[in-house]
Design a protein around this ligand. Structure first.
Ligand code: BG6
Length: 499
């Protein structure tokens, strides 16, 4: 591999004994190492409260890599780059010890003073840590210093602003990498390429030819052990404010003048600025909230949300959101972007369906024509399907639906990097395009806060959808009143030509 593509850095992971580090970060770093994207000049310091020796930490790193990837080539060599620091986030002397470890590693591995601080822990400590990193001198480096920060970025606009002010005292906006892991997904990144590298789509990508766009991100799992967090978050803050609105922005933005970070971001920000703000009673016309009740899935009885651990028996928290988002600009005026996301739904999938307008007249009157659809399969399968109408072999001239499909399977799928792998690599390269800029965060909170304000005014009639269903009936009504309906995501599977 070209030496310039090999990264040299000290990566400090705060929250190194947590779930995210084990499930995503260690395996992703291993994959970068395995592919030669990390030079020999890298070191990782795991930072967390509990005491652990370096050896114990290295063993937990090895375990998480082997259990998630099933690979152990060069695993000892990989793990030897990992060190552990037992830390108290509010104590200066703890940061001093961390600093001297960092300086030693810098010298030992020749890390050129490059530092990435990855905060994979409870957000209430983000501000404190950032302030200490600066006041205790960990950010005084001759290389780069970058702060990677996990969601949630605040709870609403005021708390996000406060958090931003705290971290900005230690890091400039260019040094802050706010993770939205959807922006690491292969097919989310592909939206831009599909749109801007194909002459056949961009001319049609507007209100003259598109009837509506639907984005579904459904999960089968319930809230699991995260009741405490989720009770204060709900699906609106957990999924809509970030992942869902980011996908809307990528679908709706104007072609940027270049693929440089600032050019892409400014187009995305323009979308956020054009989203119609909804508030007060109007919210009911645009948003539907839901909470799962009991249900039986594959003969297993599943509990209602209110019976999950650490959830209030009277909880008014939504586990499902459907919305109609309008983008009031020339390109999109009148085209609804419907989004829906929820827990304990019938299927785990993320799909985008672009529904084109009907042709002006149907010559094949024996049959009702299906509209043309462009389906982007984000997960679990990855690919694109274009739904066309064509004649079946034979004498009749009837039009039938045919699908053109491209699936990221076979060779491609094996090499498909995990989202976090791409995001970590981007951060080390200094490419912030697929991270959220503060302006995007601020506009999306501003939009979402008005919805939560309206919802807190009244108690919803929960539970209103069964576990294992596709959400409340009202989500269907939302589209029905516009003359549309949700495409059945299960029936839109990508045709896998490799199978
Ligand atoms: C996270 C949410 O950001 O995204 C979770 O906090 C949710 O509640 C998850 O389950 C979904 O991510 P994915 O990649 O499985 O679609």
């Amino acid at each position: 591999m070209d030496e310039s593509k090999k990264m040299t850095s000290l990566i400090m992971i705060f929250g190194a004994t947590g779930d995210l580090a084990k499930r995503k970060l260690f395996p992703s770093l291993y994959r970068l190492f395995d592919k030669g994207r990390l030079s020999d000049q890298f070191a990782v310091v795991g930072v967390a409260r509990r005491p652990l020796s370096n050896e114990e930490f290295q063993n937990s790193v090895k375990d998480s890599v082997v259990s998630s990837l099933g690979k152990d080539e060069k695993i000892d060599e990989f793990a030897s780059h990992f060190y552990y620091h037992s830390h108290d986030v509010t104590n200066s002397s703890s940061y001093q010890t961390l600093k001297s470890l960092a300086n030693d590693l810098d010298e030992h591995y020749g890390l050129q003073g490059n530092r990435m601080f990855y905060l994979a822990m409870a957000p209430e400590f983000f501000g404190t840590i950032a302030l200490h990193l600066k006041s205790d001198g960990l950010t005084e480096v001759k290389g780069y210093k970058r702060l990677v920060i996990e969601k949630p970025f605040g709870h609403d606009l005021p708390s996000a602003k406060k958090l931003n002010e705290q971290i900005r005292t230690a890091f400039s906006e260019e040094e802050i990498y706010r993770i939205d892991h959807y922006l690491g997904k292969e097919m989310v990144r592909n939206i831009e390429v599909i749109r801007f590298a194909n002459a056949i789509f961009e001319p049609l990508w507007n209100n003259r030819y598109i009837a509506n766009i639907q984005i579904t991100s459904s999960e089968t799992l319930g809230v699991e052990e995260r009741g405490r967090y989720y009770e204060n978050s709900g699906a609106l803050r957990d999924m809509v404010q970030n992942h869902m609105l980011q996908m809307v922005a990528l679908l709706a933005m104007e072609p940027p003048i270049s693929l440089k970070t600032e050019d892409v971001r400014s187009e995305k920000v323009r979308v956020f600025r054009s989203i119609r703000n909804i508030q007060g009673e109007e919210v009911n016309n645009y948003f539907v909230r839901g909470q799962y009740g009991e249900g039986v899935v594959e003969n297993e009885k599943l509990p209602a949300y209110r019976d999950e651990p650490m959830v209030d028996k009277e909880s008014n928290t939504e586990t499902f959101v459907a919305a109609k988002i309008m983008i009031d600009n020339f390109r999109w005026a009148g085209v609804p972007f419907y989004i829906r996301t929820g827990k304990r739904m019938a299927t785990k999938t993320t799909k985008i369906v672009v529904q084109f307008k009907d042709i002006p007249m149907n010559l094949y009157y024996q049959r009702e024509l299906n509209p043309n659809l462009l389906v982007v399969h984000i997960q679990p399968e990855e690919g694109i399907t274009l739904h066309l109408n064509a004649k079946k072999a034979g004498v009749h001239l009837d039009a039938y639906e045919e699908k053109l499909s491209f699936a990221n399977t076979g060779v491609n799928a094996m090499n498909t990097p995990e989202g976090y792998e791409k995001l970590l690599y981007d951060c080390m390269r200094g490419d912030a395009t697929n991270f959220t800029h503060w302006d995007e965060v601020a506009y999306s909170w501003n939009f979402v806060d008005k919805i939560s304000a309206a919802w807190t005014q009244s108690k919803a009639d929960y539970p209103n959808y069964e576990s294992g269903s596709m959400g409340p009936k009202a989500a269907d009504e939302l589209l029905k009143k516009d003359g549309f309906s949700w495409w059945h995501v299960d029936e839109l599977d990508v045709i896998d030509l490799c199978k």
